[in-house]
Design a protein around this ligand. Structure first.
Ligand code: SAH
Length: 566
């Protein structure tokens, strides 16, 4: 919950805009300001104060305890120009909150914690438990001192400017090691513990077994990702409570699925009780990975029979492939989500000219794998290979990356061992349409005139179908030096069904610095003015040139009305 506090009328107006934008996440604190701030501080995870920073500093100073547990506090000035992350920048999420408040109110976020100011992710904000000398290693990263990354487990970390060797180290491990001096240990959620138990097992027995099994195998409980068991034990109180106390989810699977998993230590007892020869080993192994600790039983002080078993598996880190559309060119047509994914990726794969378009957005330490025109299949393969190594990868394309672009060759290569995140982009057809007016107001289609990968007969059949169906057509890849007859041919097919006066929009380099657009007609278009940086949009029989803008009505009634009037 985010507590909102304001004092003046202007503050209250901004506060109300924020409350309206986030109705379920915000709560207003009214009454005397100091008292309202104190109450919100005690009750909320985050505060947005429409008050002077000095006033807020004085009020919260005696309340501050620990940067890991304090709420995040953001101040917005009277003019609504700045959203200042005042306290709890990382742990309290105030830096992120300042950015989000800035988006809603149109205010500039002000963030002063060092790692954010120079654009490095804070080591304590990676979403992984962290141990060791965070302050010293962060300072080394900031100062450009060599920091080595020693990753014992593949994990899709965001970019970090690390070197092969260094006096400082970041260690990524699930093993029970102490952080050395000048070292930070990050704990990937790589361990899965399968649990089997008899009915009525005490939570302490499960908990003790899990912790002992991990400790004796030299593994850190902070890398525990989940407990697993059979469906029949989904409500077993001792297991449910153990998962709760360990702070991990409990995943359960049907006995039928578990009995299909090959395990080293099957037995008759679970087969009789729940219908599978293995619960602990089978459920932990179900999603793949390496069995580090085979089935072991709990030990009871009074010597009675064990009520719980467990097994430990290390699962491989799942790589992350973001397929990101950059939009047609202009920076403000790149979506915030695309920007976030570009900064999340440690490896960026793309065509060199597209990489140039967004290079300034990349975080220090991003590995860039760029290639020239034509190497599409290879780019796709590279991106998938990197993701399968457990990396966080972004594969970029102009417009939308799924439209005549990289998404399909990449996903054709990818198997289900990586996560894929698609980020849509503004396509050339949409960017051109906005420039031309409203040409896509009714049914429309995009057709690529490139016959490099598609036989011309197929393309021609589609153009003919669109012509007969009176659909607005946007031609992509319309004309290049080697392909000059296709566009005239396609236009001629459309002209069999549309009048010579049908509006045609030609847009070159939409939203780029040398953008140019022209509204002409099917009869007057000179194909020689069209090249590969261009899209050509041909209207349907109802499309009109109105005040120099290309307008396709929502239906055909307008056309009948106009014709009636003539
Ligand atoms: N993925 C892109 C399309 C790539 S195909 C998208 O979604 O828009 C390449 C073709 O797209 C070019 O030959 C050209 O026809 C068109 N194109 C891409 N960007 C353009 C722009 N900014 N202005 C005009 N046409 C563009």
């Amino acid at each position: 919950m985010i507590g909102l506090i304001s004092a003046t009328a202007a503050g209250a107006a901004a506060r109300d805009r924020l409350a309206a934008a986030w109705p379920d996440r915000t709560r207003l604190y009214e009454g005397p300001v100091a008292d309202a701030v104190r109450r919100a501080f005690a009750e909320c995870e985050q505060l947005v104060c429409f008050l002077a920073t000095g006033a807020v500093v004085r009020i919260i100073a005696p309340l501050l305890a620990d940067k890991a547990s304090d709420p995040g506090v953001v101040c917005v000035d009277e003019g609504g120009r700045f959203a200042v992350s005042l306290a709890g920048g990382h742990g309290g999420g105030a830096n992120e909150l300042a950015r989000a408040v800035g988006e809603v109110l149109g205010a500039e976020p002000v963030v002063t914690t060092a790692t954010d100011a120079v654009d490095l992710p804070g080591l304590d904000t990676l979403g992984l438990p962290v141990e060791g000398d965070v302050a010293a290693v962060s300072r080394a990263l900031l100062d450009g001192e060599p920091v080595a990354l020693r990753a014992e487990v593949a994990w899709p970390l965001p970019p970090l400017p690390v070197a092969a060797e260094g006096a400082y180290t970041i260690r990524l491990t699930d093993r029970l090691v102490e952080a050395a001096e000048r070292e930070v240990v990050l704990r990937p959620p790589s361990l899965v513990v399968g649990v089997g138990a008899s009915s009525g097992v005490p939570a302490e027995e499960v908990l003790g077994l899990v912790e002992t099994a991990l400790r004796e195998a030299g593994l850190s409980v902070r890398s525990l990702a989940e407990l697993t068991t059979v469906d029949a034990k989904a409500e077993e109180p001792g297991i449910v409570e153990a998962a709760r106390r360990l702070g991990v989810p409990l995943m359960t699977y049907p006995a039928g699925e578990l009995s299909g998993v090959e395990v080293p230590n099957p037995s008759d007892a679970p087969l009789a009780a729940v219908g599978t020869p293995s619960v602990a080993e089978a459920s932990a192994l179900l999603r793949g990975g390496e069995l580090l600790v085979p089935k072991r039983k709990s030990e009871r002080a009074d010597g009675t029979a064990a009520m719980a078993t467990c097994a430990v598996v290390r699962r491989p880190g799942r790589g992350r492939l973001a397929v990101v559309g950059l939009g047609p060119g202009a920076r403000d047509l790149l979506t915030p989500r695309a920007k976030a994914e570009l900064r999340r990726a440690a490896v960026l794969v793309g065509l060199d000219q597209y990489v140039d378009q967004i290079r300034d957005l990349l975080r220090p330490g991003t590995r860039v794998l760029e290639s020239g025109l034509g190497a599409e299949e290879e780019r796709a393969r590279t991106a998938v290979e990197e993701a399968r190594k457990g990396q966080a990868v972004a594969l970029i394309g102009s417009g939308d990356a799924g439209v005549y672009a990289m998404a399909s060759p990449a996903l054709a290569e990818a198997s289900d061992d990586i996560d894929v995140i698609g980020v849509p982009g503004v396509t050339a057809a949409l960017a051109a349409a906005a420039i031309l007016g409203a040409p896509l107001g009714h049914d429309h289609v995009s057709i690529s005139l490139s016959d490099l990968h598609t036989p011309w007969e197929v393309i021609e059949r589609r153009v003919r179908a669109a012509a007969e169906a009176d659909i607005v057509v946007t031609f992509y890849n319309p004309r290049s030096r080697g392909r000059d007859w296709q566009l005239p041919k396609a236009l001629a097919i459309l002209a069999e069904h549309r009048a010579p006066g049908t509006p045609v929009g030609v847009v070159r380099n939409a939203s780029r610095p040398d953008e140019a657009s022209r509204l002409t007609t099917l009869g007057a278009l000179d194909p020689a003015t069209v090249d590969m940086m261009t899209v050509v949009t041909v209207g349907n029989t109802a499309t009109r040139d109105i005040a120099g803008r290309m307008v396709t009505p929502r239906g055909y009634r307008w056309q009948t009305a106009q014709e009636g009037a003539r």
